[in-house]
Design a protein. Structure first.
Length: 358
């Protein structure tokens, strides 16, 4: 019996290492992949201020919705709004983070949307941001949990819908957040009035710098649960701008280590997020924005997902000379904000929760 148990354990270890090898073989394409987080148990994020105010926005590190749900949910309010008066805003935007950031990475976009009258919320995925701060107690651990993060998003949208039944609620997601937004539109469409997604990932590009390949594969095979440094893989693929890439990598809020085990979970979750796009209601507006020079995902394959989506109100815009990350942790691009602003403006005449079953 002991021999059999030992053999079984050895087979399990071999299977895990093999899966890790497969995941590492596609590492760069998973770097900004929808459901991959880069937090580790030893990662420490700088403690964010609880609130701050400027002439164009009010930032609350923990919103009333977050406190009620016991989840880290940030909120940006226009200067003429106060917590609790969100029903007077032009609309509500729930921003969903990319792979290597946390919810605060939307600060510049949120301030831009505040100027246009929108209230913005953004959660930290589990294993990110305030989940790692000792000063916060949300009743969970510090590990990465993609499925629970999706459940958290559903809970946040449900709470906002119940609290502000007359307000339109839109999701804006990038990379991991893009796939999460589409997943939410497929499974809980009555909780939102539309979605803008950037860097949606259907198929990945395969690119791994040869100098690092052997070392990374070896570490992954023998220590599949130990985070590995992925900075070398991030440098050429995050955006179309090398200077911006280095600024992102060097920022203390950027997470730059991930275990092969979490890469495997990320790939699985990413695929799951697109399984039921046919269920997106026919009148759910969806805008997909992609960079023609995206080195993380294959922009040319997005048409397949667009064709499968159940909604008839869908649009794919491919921006020339643009890469993967477009709205987080960088100066906003006028071409991108013009698309977002124009799309939101067109939705103002729609009724709240304007969705129907196919």
């Amino acid at each position: 019996m002991r021999t059999l148990n030992r053999a079984s354990r050895n087979k399990s270890k071999f299977a895990l290492r093999l899966a890790a090898l497969i995941a590492l073989a596609t590492l760069p394409s998973t770097i900004a992949f929808p459901t991959t987080a880069l937090a580790t148990e030893n990662s420490v994020q700088p403690t964010a201020p609880q609130s701050e105010q400027s002439s164009d926005t009010q930032f609350l590190n923990q919103s009333e919705i977050g406190r009620a749900l016991k989840l880290p949910v940030h909120e940006w309010l226009p200067p003429n709004q106060t917590p609790g008066s969100e029903e007077n805003a032009r609309g509500i935007v729930v921003a969903i983070q990319a792979l290597i950031f946390n919810g605060r990475a939307f600060d510049q976009l949120a301030r831009h949307l505040n100027k246009n009258g929108y209230v913005v919320y953004s959660q930290d995925f589990r294993g990110y941001g305030d989940w790692l701060n000792e000063g916060h107690d949300f009743g969970g651990d510090k590990a990465i949990h993609f499925g629970q993060s999706k459940d958290d998003l559903t809970a946040i949208l449900k709470a906002l819908r119940e609290k502000y039944p007359r307000q339109k609620i839109y999701c804006i997601g990038e990379s991991i957040g893009a796939n999460m937004a589409i997943w939410e539109a497929s499974t809980d469409p009555t909780l939102m009035d539309g979605a803008i997604v950037l860097g949606l990932t259907n198929k990945h590009r395969h690119f791994m710098p040869r100098p690092y390949w052997a070392v990374t594969i070896t570490k992954g095979l023998y220590h599949p649960k130990k985070p590995i440094n992925i900075k070398p893989y991030m440098k050429p693929v995050l955006t179309e701008n090398k200077k911006v890439n280095m600024q992102i990598i060097d920022d203390s809020h950027t997470l730059t280590a991930i275990s092969p085990t979490d890469l495997i979970k990320a790939n699985i979750t990413n695929k799951n997020s697109l399984l039921e796009v046919e269920k997106i209601p026919s009148n759910m507006p969806i805008l997909v924005i992609a960079g023609a020079e995206d080195r993380v995902q294959k922009t040319s394959t997005l048409k397949v997902i667009m064709d499968r989506m159940g909604t008839k109100q869908k649009e794919l815009v491919v921006l020339p000379k643009k890469g993967h990350l477009l709205i987080e942790h960088r100066e906003l691009d006028a071409d991108v904000t013009q698309l977002i602003d124009g799309w939101l403006a067109k939705r103002e005449s729609n009724p709240v929760a304007s969705v129907s079953s196919n």
